[in-house]
Ligand binder design. Structure first.
Ligand code: GLU
Length: 430
């Protein structure tokens, strides 16, 4: 019963028991602790540390007056710019009619699951919100556990084994790379093999490539190249363009899946109507790219690559297993070698691990359980984003090569994060 005496027993059963998304919760909690005067290292929420590129900000200013409702599927110039971007940068040439714009790719994922009747297949570990969305809608969630020795990446064999018993069951499989939470990617050969299984089983493949442009070598390849007819590519401007709070996501569909786009647009028209007009006009500039944005992206990749590798090395040296990243700004750490030691401190699962770490050191990271890992496995995601991206980026603009992003640079511009990693290391061996 709430305090208006309205009984809450009729809360939708699919929502009952769910909590605010872990990524957003840890951010709010960290901010509250900081406000209360605590030193907090914010390695919880995966938010880009870098500013939105200036030409994109300028375009938003110029378009602040845009006030009309835009077409449900998105601003035509933006749909064109997105289709052009994929054609030029990924060699995936779909028509602008295959682009759907939404207020964040998260919302589009929800609509997709709503309109397509099928199981949701998620490799673990995976991003925190895929499964709760399926639960809210009432879809079956099937997990495919992946292996630590494969850097927690899905293999074609694992997908085949999963589909084998019921080969034609309708399914959406989510593939996310560079991955949240591990920061690793797939080789072209691995993508080809997964694509071939997906084709055999007529899977709808939702390829979440929101970190694609943050492949640290700038060499992201979309699986849509190998399974064109069944792949939807999900992306947006939250990660590579530093604009998470702007809320703009993109889906791009092949002609064969236009019926899905159309159904999602029906849902969009009855829910969010269309995405914010000024943001869509500004996003046209983001997808048009050009020299300024290319430079911005290379500098961002250099910093993330050097920083991610340095942290992974520091953790591995301390026997906290953690694959070196290929992209994005995440590391996934496994504290299994410290199991006994942690048990002596009454820490038996990943939630307790992260709670105690926050309490005792001020370092906020997220438990592996939130990413679908068994709770007793002592895993956690580290988002290495708590540094001043404006300063780091403008310093990197003076550099000519990645090698100049050296230890001294990282210590000066990302010292807070390195300090947090030292705190983790000291805490665990203490
Ligand atoms: N994708 C980001 C993360 O995993 C944050 C945004 C969100 O979860 O909605 O931390």
């Amino acid at each position: 019963m709430n305090n208006n005496n309205i009984p809450d027993v009729n809360l939708n059963l699919n929502v009952r028991g769910l909590h605010q998304s872990a990524t957003l919760y840890i951010n709010e909690k960290s901010n509250e602790l900081r406000k209360a005067g605590r030193q907090v290292y914010k390695l919880g929420l995966g938010q880009s540390p870098f500013p939105v590129p200036q030409p994109v900000v300028d375009e938003l200013k110029v378009n602040a007056y845009q006030k009309d409702y835009l077409p449900v599927k998105g601003l035509p110039q933006l749909r064109e710019a997105v289709a052009d971007y994929y054609c030029k940068n990924q060699d995936i040439c779909y028509s602008p009619g295959g682009v759907l714009i939404g207020p964040g790719s998260k919302e589009l994922m929800f609509l997709l699951q709503y309109v397509y009747y099928g199981d949701l297949i998620i490799p673990t570990p995976s991003w925190v919100s895929y499964a709760p969305q399926a639960q809210i809608i009432g879809r079956h969630v099937r997990w495919i556990p992946t292996l630590r020795q494969n850097k927690w990446r899905l293999t074609a064999e694992e997908l085949e084994a999963h589909c084998y018993d019921d080969p034609h069951r309708p399914r959406i499989v989510i593939l996310n790379y560079p991955s949240n939470p591990v920061g690793v990617t797939y080789s072209t050969e691995e993508l080809r093999s997964i694509a071939s299984v997906a084709r055999d089983h007529k899977i709808i493949l939702l390829s979440d490539e929101i970190y694609g442009e943050l492949n640290h070598k700038g060499k992201h390849v979309s699986i849509a190249k190998f399974y064109n007819e069944g792949t939807i590519i999900s992306s947006g401007i939250s990660k590579w363009c530093g604009a998470g709070g702007w809320r703009l996501g993109t889906f791009i569909f092949p002609d064969s899946l236009q019926w899905l786009l159309n159904s999602m647009a029906v849902m969009a028209s009855e829910t969010f109507t269309s995405t914010s007009a000024p943001i869509q006009y500004a996003a046209v500039r983001a997808f048009k790219r050009g020299e300024y944005i290319e430079n911005y992206l290379w500098r961002s990749r250099w910093i993330l690559n050097k920083l991610g590798n340095k942290i992974a090395k520091k953790l591995n040296e301390n026997e906290i297993y953690c694959p070196s990243p290929d992209g994005a700004f995440y590391l996934f750490a496994d504290f299994y070698k410290y199991k006994r030691k942690l048990r002596n401190k009454e820490i038996r699962n990943s939630v307790q691990l992260c709670d105690r770490l926050l309490q005792e050191t001020g370092v906020a990271i997220l438990p592996g359980k939130e990413f679908g890992m068994p709770s007793e496995e002592l895993t956690a995601r580290i988002a290495y984003v708590d540094f001043d991206g404006v300063k780091a980026l403008s310093a990197a603009e003076m550099l000519n090569s990645k090698n100049q992003v050296n230890d001294e640079f990282l210590e000066y511009y990302c010292g807070n994060i390195l300090k947090a990693i030292d705190l983790i290391n000291d805490w665990i061996i203490d």
